[in-house]
Design a protein around this ligand. Structure first.
Ligand code: IPE
Ligand code: IPE
Ligand code: MG
Ligand code: MG
Ligand code: MG
Length: 292
């Protein structure tokens, strides 16, 4: 798969994050802990979705840059906390030791807190040149996707269902929240920043819901089928924690089929964007067909 388009997006967001977290903040060790996880080379799927959604509706990368950076900050915070001993208790992330293994639990918690807060600070940047009403909507979309009805709720459901007998409805609720909601927010925030209204916004919503769930199904499958080296994080972590996952309920092959069906739904939803929707289409394929 040609990933040039993804690398172009990645460069833009990486540069902006490098610059922003290069200032002299008051606690140097905190900055070090943040940079350690944030600049460790994630796939940058959420920023890419925000950029691609903006382009699909005729907006620019610049329009979507603040949400792209904010989403990556929030995502990185969620990973740092997800790896803590009180949650998934993992040792590896993005090809290096997890944040708490290097900086200790307290600093890992605080680095996550700081990333979440700075995300919203970043969204108030005075040089973001889109209309003020749109900015408020972007903020609201991102807060919703991250919070009590979004990612955090999903993480709670995930923990509550460890080692339990669960059905497909419960599983779908866990996955659409812990992962789907922030991915959906990435598509909607980027789209809104680029000027999406009405029907266009609804198409982005349908696309975002499908790829949001598909992303976590692929993550569950990769947990079993890819190596720790490929993933840059501990493989088979879900088995160790007896997590509620798609492969544990349906098996690997049916899980793959479900992800493919969601990919088809996502592609269908964005057909009306024509060639402007190509980056969104490529991203959807990447999300489902990636090997790491
Ligand atoms: C991992 O996210 C956590 C999930 C929501 C499954 P990514 O697979 O996007 O991780 P990075 O950002 O590339 O490290
Ligand atoms: C995590 O899901 C979703 C988050 C909100 C971080 P996982 O626990 O499956 O993510 P990985 O596999 O550790 O990246
Ligand atoms: Mg988890
Ligand atoms: Mg985890
Ligand atoms: Mg996982």
């Amino acid at each position: 798969m040609n990933l040039d388009f993804l690398n172009r997006y990645k460069e833009v967001v990486d540069r902006a994050l490098q610059v922003y977290f290069n200032e002299t903040f008051i606690a140097p060790r905190l900055l070090e802990a943040i940079r350690y996880s944030l600049l460790a080379g994630g796939k940058r799927v959420r920023p890419a979705l925000a950029f691609a959604a903006s382009e699909a509706v005729g907006g620019t990368l610049e329009d979507a840059l603040p949400p792209a950076c904010a989403l990556e900050m929030i995502h990185t915070y969620s990973l740092i906390h997800d790896d803590l001993p009180a949650m998934d208790d993992d040792d590896l992330r993005r090809g290096r030791l997890t944040n708490h293994k290097v900086f200790g639990d307290a600093m890992a918690i605080l680095a996550g807190d700081a990333l979440l807060t700075q995300a919203f600070h970043y969204l108030t940047k005075p040089d973001w040149k889109i209309p003020a009403e749109r900015k408020i909507e972007v903020l609201r979309i991102i807060a919703h996707g991250s919070g009590i009805d979004g990612m955090v709720a999903g993480q709670v459901l995930d923990l509550e269902n460890e080692g339990k007998i669960f059905d497909e409805q419960t599983l779908e609720r866990i996955h659409t929240h812990k992962t789907g909601k922030l991915l959906l927010a990435s598509v909607l925030a980027g789209g809104k920043a680029g000027g999406a209204e009405g029907l266009n916004f609804e198409k982005l919503m349908a696309y975002g819901k499908s790829i949001g769930l598909a992303f976590q199904i692929a993550d569950d499958v990769l947990d079993l089928t890819a190596t720790t080296e490929q993933l840059g994080k501990d493989s088979k972590s879900d088995l160790k924690k007896k997590k509620a996952t798609y492969p544990s309920l349906l098996g690997i092959e049916k899980s793959r089929q479900k992800a493919k069906a969601l990919l088809e739904e996502a592609l269908e939803a964005i057909l009306p964007f024509g060639p402007k929707g190509d980056p969104l289409a490529l991203l959807a394929r990447y999300i489902v067909e990636r090997h790491a």
